[in-house]
Design a protein around this ligand. Structure first.
Ligand code: ZN
Ligand code: ZN
Length: 109
């Protein structure tokens, strides 16, 4: 299950994010990309078009603490000959994005 938290990207933060990355645009609202979690910071993907191997993320905690950060891509890929790459960043909490997919597969069978 994906975390259901959304965060609006305020204009000044969006502009700061554009300056800090090679991105041409950022979304005006982002959804947390982590697996569902009860506490801790939320991470929404603003843009992954920057420098290779990095992405621009919106990190927030509660209503007031919000900032844009550039993070290195998570290097862990799913087991198997052609395992999926993880869509998150290095040292993220919660599951890798492909672990969610594996769960869905095993539930369906
Ligand atoms: Zn979250
Ligand atoms: Zn990962």
């Amino acid at each position: 299950m994906r975390c259901t938290q959304w965060r609006q990207v305020l204009l000044d933060l969006a502009q700061e994010a554009l300056v800090r990355s090679a991105a041409e645009y950022v979304d005006r609202a982002v959804q947390c990309q982590l697996s569902s979690h009860d506490d801790g910071e939320h991470y929404g993907l603003l843009n992954d078009a920057g420098e290779y191997g990095t992405a621009l993320w919106l990190r927030w905690l509660g209503r007031t603490e919000v900032e844009s950060v550039v993070l290195t891509d998570c290097p862990v890929v799913a087991p198997g000959p052609d395992g999926d790459g993880c869509g998150l960043f290095t040292d993220h909490t919660e599951q890798h994005t492909w672990e969610d997919t594996l769960e869905e597969v095993s539930c369906a069978s």
